[in-house]
Design a protein around this ligand. Structure first.
Ligand SMILES: C[S@@+](CC[C@H](N)C(=O)[O-])C[C@H]1O[C@@H](n2cnc3c(N)ncnc32)[C@H](O)[C@@H]1O
Length: 306
């Protein structure tokens, strides 16, 4: 019998083969997947680690942790921890791991998070304006939308790439919330659609895309967490160990580029990707999310004689 229930969309790991190439996981290695999500990359890495290898998965979203634990049940060397990845050093210390062979960061959202209407990440799904990856986090998107001043909202949208319409969107938000607070993704989407002239609604991006992305990045302090974590990740790598970072926003990619350059300047890092690696047309067609992915990788300098 053919089921008529629509198939739930699940996350497809981006640039999987390239990640494996740069991290080069080998039997017995210890690897941290600091954004374990739906464990697509983690499962592929674990297959290379053999029986003695270990993979520590981190995610701040408890639903992702449960999903990853289910997916990795068959791998003895896998453990998944719920935490912000900016605690990577403390997590490894607690697990008695002084140094690891590889670290992966695949920042941003998973398909499952985007698809869950109740999380409020998507303007295509009706839900509360929440957007917290960690549901215990202190700030929701509705707090920003209803409490920031017009100037702060405009600045936030502008900083995250909503150049042209930032002022109009901020003004429209203030007008709408003067009547009643904006509480749902649909309400915010309507405000944005009214603020942006109709002839600009049909470009490559929906007019609400950048506003939703800007709010999400601020709610989860995504740039701050990345900036704080990269130096820690480099510290926990053993000499010769490798790091790969996939980002989806130019501000994130800039943070990665600068952290790697600084490491190279200090002589502790060899950059393996002169330019960021992007998905090819085949992958973009199969998985449109990969369109904006940028992968950078580096290797920690080996000790003299290694
Ligand atoms: C793009 S998904 C990762 C998908 C994963 N590589 C896979 O193959 O399934 C990003 C994940 O990172 C998590 N995340 C993002 N920022 C985080 C942070 N600062 N600390 C911990 N987890 C974070 C999100 O909750 C999400 O589950």
């Amino acid at each position: 019998m053919v089921s008529s229930r629509p198939k739930k969309k699940s996350h497809e790991p981006v640039l999987r083969e390239e990640v494996l190439k740069f991290l080069d996981p080998k039997p017995g290695d210890v690897v941290v997947d600091a954004t374990v999500g739906s464990a697509g990359h983690a499962a592929a890495i674990l297959k290379c680690l053999g029986r003695r290898g270990r993979l520590v998965g981190i995610d701040q979203d408890p639903e992702a942790v449960r999903r990853a634990q289910r997916k990795l049940k068959g791998f003895k060397g896998a453990e998944v921890v719920q935490s912000n990845f900016n605690h990577i050093d403390e997590i490894l210390e607690r697990l008695n791991l002084d140094a690891v062979d590889a670290v992966l960061l695949d920042v941003g959202l998973s398909t499952e998070q985007l698809e869950a209407a109740g999380r409020g990440f998507s303007f295509l799904k009706e839900g509360p304006l929440d957007m917290r990856m960690n549901p215990e986090g202190p700030l929701r998107a509705r707090d920003l939308v209803n409490d920031l001043s017009q100037g702060e909202l405009e600045k936030l949208l502008r900083a995250h790439g909503e150049g042209r319409w930032a002022g109009r969107i901020a003004r429209a938000i203030l007008r709408r919330r003067a009547r009643q607070p904006i509480e749902t993704t649909r309400e915010l989407r309507e405000v944005i659609e009214e603020a942006v002239p109709r002839r600009f609604h049909f470009g490559r991006l929906h007019p609400a895309t950048r506003t939703f992305q800007a709010l999400r990045i601020r709610v989860n302090d995504e740039l701050g967490a990345l900036e704080e974590t990269l130096p820690k990740a480099l510290r926990v790598l053993r000499p010769g160990g490798r790091i790969a970072v996939i980002s989806f926003h130019s501000l994130e990619d800039r943070i990665v580029k600068q952290a790697f350059r600084e490491g190279a300047r200090q002589g502790i890092l060899e950059i393996l990707t002169k330019k960021p690696v992007e998905a090819g047309p085949g992958e973009v067609e199969r998985n449109p999310r990969s369109r904006s992915a940028k992968l950078r990788a580096a290797r920690k300098a080996a000790l003299p004689g290694e």
